[in-house]
Design a binder for this molecule. Sequence first.
Ligand code: NAD
Length: 498
Amino acid sequence: MTRQCRVSDHAERLIVPGIPTSVPITVAHGDGIGPEIMRAALEILTEAGARLDVEEVEIGEAVYLRGHSSGIEPEAWESLRRTRVFLKAPITTPQGGGFKSLNVTVRKTLGLYANIRPCVAYAPFVPTRHPGMDVVVVRENEEDLYGGIEHRQTDEVSQCLKLISRPGSERICRYAFEYARRHGRSRVTCFTKDNIMKLTDGLFHQVFDQVAGDYPDITSEHWIVDIGAAKMTDTPENFDVVVMPNLYGDILSDIGAQIAGSVGMAGSANIGDGVAMFEAIHGSAPRRAGRDVANPSGLLLGAVMMLVHIGQGDVATTVHNAWLAALEAGAATYDIAGPGRAPLGTRDFAKAVMAHLGQCPERLPAVDYPVIARQELPAPAPVARAKKALDGVDVFLHAPNARPDDLAVALLSAAGQGWLRLQMITNRGVKVWPDGFPETFCTDHWRARFTAPYPGAAAHSHILQLLHRLYRAGFDFIKTEGLYRFDDQPGYSLGQGQ
Ligand code: NAD
């Protein structure tokens, strides 16, 4: 049996000085199961007394097919700028080239740098192998491999640039610690792969350690992402708040949500300084669309985070507790019903939640959100400008069917008596000259490293001279990277990867 919540607590907090009674939000119904779960979520919010002034916009497949490559029209941007709060149902990205991810576009355009994805088990009411799981994944949302900076460089090789910034890392790490502090959590774990990506993931890890120093009340730890991910999926109860760069966070939050119970159960908040977007973590599940079977819980829990964000923690508490009470009473859609239980459709599930408004769960922990929980974070510390000097250049070449020693002879000859001298050649990061191994598999994509006779002694003019010599010798250089040192420390990897 469920019990009545002390609703009066919430009622007392309904009017908060300084907070408008009705908050404008932008709502998009999306594609596939989107309209069904959005309808269900909005019905529950309205019934619970959410004070919302809804502006509807269209996004997704139809907008893409009308020729908007990001799936969103100018009027929708205007609405988002006006309301600064976006409740978004999942959309379908059309197959084929030329379509950009709407989510990535919205996150990056509006600076939604923090993606918060709680992954919680609701055992025994939702089947899971990890009954004690309560992990919040805090994912960096703008950087890493999601910059969309990709190039096909040769017949055989394409590249994607991974960009990690110090301010970006600082903001997300600080967000994770602030989140932990405000939500009564005691541990923040960072996942990176800095044993391999020493400069990019290394920077993220270094900034994490620095930020952790400001939060002595919170335990901090770092795991290499592969073993960390294995541990998190095996014993998630040992993790609390987990912060990581974009790609790892994307993957691990889906895994986290699924092993907690279902991807259909997880909500997600995308937070920026000005605007915030709330959604379910799952997609538009087109195969389930129009059948009244989808689980609206992920979107509903995203909406709960939205209510907290806009200062309606009272309604968020009411909705979340009603949802927990409904789960305890046996309400379940097909994805969480487990064997021997008749699943409810989307609409009936929503009705079950509404029937429990004002009630608290008996066995699952009840929630109690603060009325105002918006996190105002300090701006990232200004980055001190280092003394920067140039050691040389990596020149990337498209050279089909080349052999390392022959390539070296040709490059040495082309570079001649220039200031920059050939130091090494690698293929896919493995050194093949000098002292290469005949067993190393080589593609048509080569990196030739040229350096000045002593550190810091190169200049852009030397690079231009070198490129001109290579051009005259017929080399197809596809890209260059300057080899800079910052305060006398090399800002580039020295040899081959591991
Ligand atoms: P998906 O998350 O849409 O669905 C995968 C499977 O998970 C479904 O077949 C279904 O079995 C289950 N599932 C997902 N949500 C559920 C729910 N609420 N209730 C019950 N079961 C649920 O992933 P997909 O099939 O890979 O992607 C479908 C489309 O969604 C693609 O076009 C993709 O680009 C898009 N997508 C959109 C978003 C977004 O808008 N935020 C996110 C991911 C994928």
